[in-house]
Structure formats: C-alpha cells, structure tokens
Design a protein around this ligand. Structure first.
Ligand code: HEC
Length: 99
C-alpha cells in the first residue's frame, strides 16, 4: 500500500522531499494530528502546514483509498521509521471522520 500510493512523494524512507512533500518519519504533525492526517487521506490536504518546524504549502490530492486501506496505511506509517503510537487505528475511527 505504502509503496503503491505514498512513496512517490513521501519516499521509501518516509523523509519526504524538502519544501515539497513533508516527512512522515518522526513527523510531529502526524503524531499530534492523527485525526487531521486521516482526514487528509480521505479528503486531501492543502494550504500551509508546519511539519518539524518547516512550513509546507502544497497539495496532497485524494489518493482514492477505501477506509479499510486508510486504516492499514495509517497503522503502517505510525509504526515505521522509528514512529510509535500506543494504539491501533480502527476502521470505525476512519469511517467516522468527516470533512
Ligand atoms: C502527490 C504527492 C503525495 C502523495 C502520493 C501522498 N502525499 Fe501525503 N502529503 C503530500 C503533501 C504535498 C502534503 C502536505 C500538504 C500541504 O502542504 O498542505 C502531504 C501531507 C501528508 C501528511 C500530513 C503531514 C505529515 O507529513 O505528517 C500525511 C500523514 C500524509 N501526507 C500521508 C500520506 C500517505 C499515507 C500517503 C499514501 C497513501 C500519501 N501521503 C501520499 C503529498 C503526497
């Protein structure tokens, strides 16, 4: 999933591309804004966001994933590259998030 849908921008090592695609590895944004991150995967993210003290002002379009796929990819990125999160994201949680 990650390899198919996310590596183009966030790279295999999760470090992203400076000024263009923010990192997911050790991302303070991701860890502090899990619900917003899920919302971004469901509905897209655009405008200014700050990730690890760098401002990005770009667009992540909707990746066309189902709630089930978003659940899996969220659990993957929350437990990769040194990231850790104490609970698993559930499909119920993902389907409950609205724009
Ligand atoms: C076409 C490039 C692109 C693809 C593909 C993409 N993203 Fe993003 N992503 C971005 C950009 C650009 C932003 C920041 C948007 C902004 O500046 O408002 C972002 C932001 C994020 C964020 C919140 C910021 C952060 O770094 O913590 C998360 C989480 C995220 N993406 C996860 C994913 C996941 C998971 C996938 C694969 C399902 C994915 N993205 C696919 C470009 C992409």
């Amino acid at each position: 999933m990650y390899t198919n849908f996310c590596v183009n921008c966030h790279l295999l090592n999760g470090k992203g591309v400076p000024k263009t695609s923010p990192p997911l590895a050790m991302s303070d944004y991701l860890m502090n804004n899990i619900e917003e991150s899920i919302k971004g995967l469901k509905f897209g993210i655009s405008g200014e966001i700050s990730v690890n003290h760098e401002v990005y002002n770009n667009v992540m379009t909707v990746q066309g994933l189902s709630n089930d796929e978003i659940t899996d990819v969220m659990n993957y990125i929350l437990h990769s590259w040194g990231n850790s999160h104490d609970k698993l994201i559930t499909e119920e949680e993902v389907s409950g998030i609205e724009p």
